[in-house]
Ligand binder design. Structure first.
Ligand code: MEV
Length: 328
């Protein structure tokens, strides 16, 4: 066993297909240049102690799985449990009998649609695997992070752990897995955070209820979402930013029809479009969280400023090629 191991994994934005992807429609997703870092060290006792600087919390899981808060209260158990289960899983497949100190630092906004929990899960799996000298493939890391995501929200499509693991740009479909997209052109993107936190599982349940109630309507909305994603792949490959912007606007309208937008999101989207964005949409589960806006390269800072002016936290970003990686 090593004395310390560190790994990181990127945040993501969904360009096309959130929610539809839960129903086996395609999603187009890219990794962005914000990462979660996880450092793991062995402990002399059998506890698994997890600490997150991002939420100012820490706590220990004892050998019988009981959570003991250290900083913050019992509410953090649910956030830390997926990481604990990844650790237990990997310890069970190694011959080491050790406790672990797991420390998370991250520049990814939490509960904002940028895949922070999946990035932490993928980085945790990689760091713990490396500490215990278990040879994990990216596929193994994806599977471990997906199992962890199932705890965070009941019916995940797997798109978040897939992009945090593999990085770059992916076409993802539940039944088919990942297809890597080779995109030459830069994607000048502004991300705007409404600051409204929401629970992905609640938004996914809302769509499920609507689909049960109006299946003929919702299935058509989802079919339109698939068509948008397919055209989106072509536009990405040819670097046609204008078409991408149009398709993002259409994707957003479909998500509005499913009731996952709200006033805070609409305010930022209107500001981005008014300031010259080629297209803008919510990204992730909606109900708050983030929007993304595509612009021409020379206008991205103007769009960022407009989102800030409308009350959002905003930053410019572009795609990041690397998925999960061990940090030496
Ligand atoms: C969350 O980033 C994306 C959703 O489609 C849920 C999922 O795919 O698991 C809303």
């Amino acid at each position: 066993m090593k004395s310390e191991s560190k790994a990181s994994a990127p945040a993501k934005i969904i360009l096309f297909g959130e929610h539809f992807v839960v129903y086996d429609k395609p999603a187009v997703v890219i990794a962005i240049d914000r990462r979660a870092y996880v450092t793991v060290k062995p402990r002399s006792d059998s506890k698994i102690v997890i600490k997150s600087a991002a939420i100012n919390a820490s706590g220990a899981f004892t050998s019988n799985g009981e959570y003991q808060p250290i900083e913050g209260g019992l509410e953090n158990e649910a956030r830390f449990k997926p990481i604990y289960l990844i650790a237990k899983n990997l310890l069970a497949s190694s011959s080491e009998e050790t406790g672990l100190n797991i420390e998370i630092t991250s520049s990814i906004p939490i509960a904002a649609g940028l895949g922070s929990s999946a990035a932490v899960a993928a980085a945790s799996a990689a760091a713990i695997g490396s500490l215990l000298e278990i040879n994990l493939t990216k596929n193994d890391i994806f599977r471990l992070a997906l199992e962890a995501e199932k705890l965070v929200h009941g019916n995940p499509s797997g798109v978040d752990p897939a992009i945090s693991t593999y990085g770059g740009a992916l076409l993802y479909r539940k039944s088919e897995g990942i297809k890597r997209l080779n995109i030459e052109s830069d994607l000048p993107l502004a991300v705007g955070n409404t600051g409204v936190k929401r629970v992905t599982g609640d938004m996914v349940s809302h769509v499920s209820r609507l689909r049960n109630q109006y299946p003929t309507v919702v299935d058509r909305i989802m079919d339109a979402g698939s068509a948008v994603a397919s055209l989106g792949v072509e536009a990405l490959k040819s670097g046609d930013l204008k078409t991408l912007g149009d398709l993002m606007n259409m994707n957003h309208a479909l998500l509005c029809a499913l009731g996952v937008s709200n006033q805070a999101i609409e305010r930022l989207i209107a500001a981005a479009r008014r300031s010259g964005a080629l297209g803008a949409k919510l990204t992730g589960a909606g109900g708050g969280g983030c929007i993304i806006a595509l612009s021409t390269p020379n206008k991205v800072h103007q769009v960022v400023e407009a989102i800030r002016h409308a009350g959002g936290e905003a930053f410019a970003t572009t795609k990041a090629p690397e998925g999960v990686r061990i940090e030496e």
